[in-house]
Design a protein around this ligand. Structure first.
Ligand code: 4AD
Ligand code: MG
Length: 465
């Protein structure tokens, strides 16, 4: 038996040769004399058509070839007239690896809504849509490493278990080996964490940034790319409890260099997707969102708007004065909700916006303080359909200012001494940002719910598989 050829490659092969394909049956139809099997192996959105002359294949075998079954087909690759592809396989032999009971197969159902598919997320990679999404996800992950590798950035592995709260928002999942039915207490009546695995309270990281800064102030330019965890109880189409984040951190970059890198990075990724995932993107475009390709091309070739937060608030206040209704209030000092971000991007500017210089009270402790005493050198990249896709800043490099801010916020310096050391010993101007990988994928695939761009979503009350 010849070696298996992937469907993606088979579709480009010259007809005339004997070939073997292995995969899962998408559909089988036909008549008394011939059967047509659409076979997919996940290597491409396209199926290979298998034509079965019923006199050539045992009818008991053919009966087992149902939607979802896993089979091997060996036969001759021939020119195809009707399948929409250049070639098809004339079956010489079929082996059924795994049967699939049509009455019980979850994807046999008529209901193919995204809501339904989330309830069978263990099977949904077998659908055309999730196959396409997962291939795009893979390509984007590769492109991210390629981009930074070409620029000489060092890929730094930052820990998933940590004792600090980078964003200071307290949205952490605790990690413990203490017996929750019998928690040890100290004399003060508090939990005795010296008895815990690490001898102190620990949690899953919300960001690799703080450790990233250690890397940048030694290696120059680094990036992290790993899972991050947030216990925010927000059941929105843009939030996950476990999501992947890419965090570059660069010595000697000011906020402008940071914005330039962020803009170049996203455009590179969008172009990479257009060039390397054309079949899958075309499928998603034609099936769900016929403005997807034009939206991607638009972003790849437009200059992003750069605007201070204070100007952004003025635009939103004018919009309200002119009759625009928002669910949440707007005013200097308030955090922007995604409806506000999307107004700026989709209605006002009609292109991505990088909003800078936010009030210090709505941003994290590590951001560089501006001269005005009120704002910090933050930069959020806002995207159509998504809202915030990147959050970043120039970092406060002054030891004195950083310590004062930590104190002002009532945070403990004790657990952060290792971080503060970067400002104590050879402090450097530096900047960085975090791109939410799934937010990027929402944009690139055109999907509208973040649960549909990660294979196994983690959200409040949901940790299946
Ligand atoms: O804006 P955030 O909270 O920034 C940071 O964590 C910084 N430490 C990054 C840095 O400067 N190195 O998060 C960064 C990005 C957001 O812009 C968003 O795209 C994504 O991470 N994100 C989420 N994605 C999915 N689900 C959630 N719950 C997310 N929270 C943030
Ligand atoms: Mg943010």
């Amino acid at each position: 038996m010849e070696k298996r050829i992937k469907v993606k490659d088979l579709l480009k092969c010259e007809p005339g040769q004997e070939v073997t394909a292995k995969g899962w049956v998408r559909t089988k139809r036909g008549n008394k004399n011939v059967a047509f099997i659409a076979l997919n192996d996940g290597s491409t959105i396209y199926n290979i058509q298998v034509v079965v002359d019923k006199t050539a294949i045992d009818e008991n075998v053919l009966a087992k070839v149902t939607t979802g079954a896993c089979i091997r087909v060996s036969g001759k690759l021939v020119e195809s007239v009707g399948s929409g592809q250049a070639v098809e396989i004339q079956a010489g032999e079929i082996e059924v690896y795994g049967e699939c009971d049509p009455m019980r197969y979850p994807l046999q159902k008529k209901d193919t809504s995204f809501e339904y598919l989330r309830t069978v997320a263990h099977m949904r990679p077998r659908t055309n849509t999730f196959g396409a999404i997962l291939r795009i996800r893979n390509n984007m992950a590769f492109a991210i490493h390629k981009f930074f590798n070409e620029k000489g950035f060092v890929y730094l592995h930052t820990p998933l278990i940590t004792a600090s709260d980078c964003e200071g928002a307290g949205q952490m999942f605790q990690v413990t080996t203490l017996d929750l039915n019998n928690v040890p207490m100290n004399k003060k009546g508090e939990v005795d964490y010296t008895k815990d695995f690490f001898g102190k309270q620990t949690n899953l990281t919300v960001s690799g940034q703080l450790e990233g800064e250690l890397g940048a102030t030694a290696l120059g330019e680094i990036y992290t790319f790993g899972p991050t965890f947030r216990a925010e109880n927000s059941n929105t189409p843009r939030h996950l409890a476990e999501f992947w984040m890419i965090e570059p951190e660069m010595a000697f970059y000011d906020i402008r260099d940071n914005m330039d890198l962020a803009e170049e990075f996203i455009k590179y990724l969008v172009k990479y997707a257009l060039d390397n995932c054309a079949d899958d993107i075309k499928f998603l475009n034609d099936r769900y969102d016929n403005e997807l390709v034009s939206r991607l091309e638009g972003v790849a070739h437009t200059e992003f708007v750069r605007l201070p937060y204070t100007e952004g608030i003025k635009i939103l206040e004018e919009a309200i004065a002119n009759g625009t209704k928002f669910e949440y209030p707007v005013g200097w000092g308030t955090d922007l909700q995604s409806e506000h971000e999307r107004y700026l991007v989709e209605q006002h500017f009609k292109k991505p916006v990088i909003l800078t210089d936010y009030p210090k009270d709505i941003k994290a402790f590590y951001m560089k303080q501006n001269e005005d005493g009120k704002t910090v050198r933050a930069m959020d990249v806002l995207f159509p359909k998504i809202g915030e896709i990147i959050g970043g800043s120039e970092r406060e490099a002054s030891l004195e200012k950083l310590e004062r801010r930590i104190d002002e916020l009532g945070m403990s310096r004790r657990g952060l001494e290792w971080y503060i050391d970067t400002r104590r010993f050879g402090s450097a101007p530096h900047s960085g940002f975090g791109l939410g990988f799934e937010r990027l994928l929402l944009f690139v695939t055109g999907m509208s719910n973040i649960r549909d761009v990660i294979p196994f979503p983690r959200t409040p009350k949901n940790a299946e598989y």
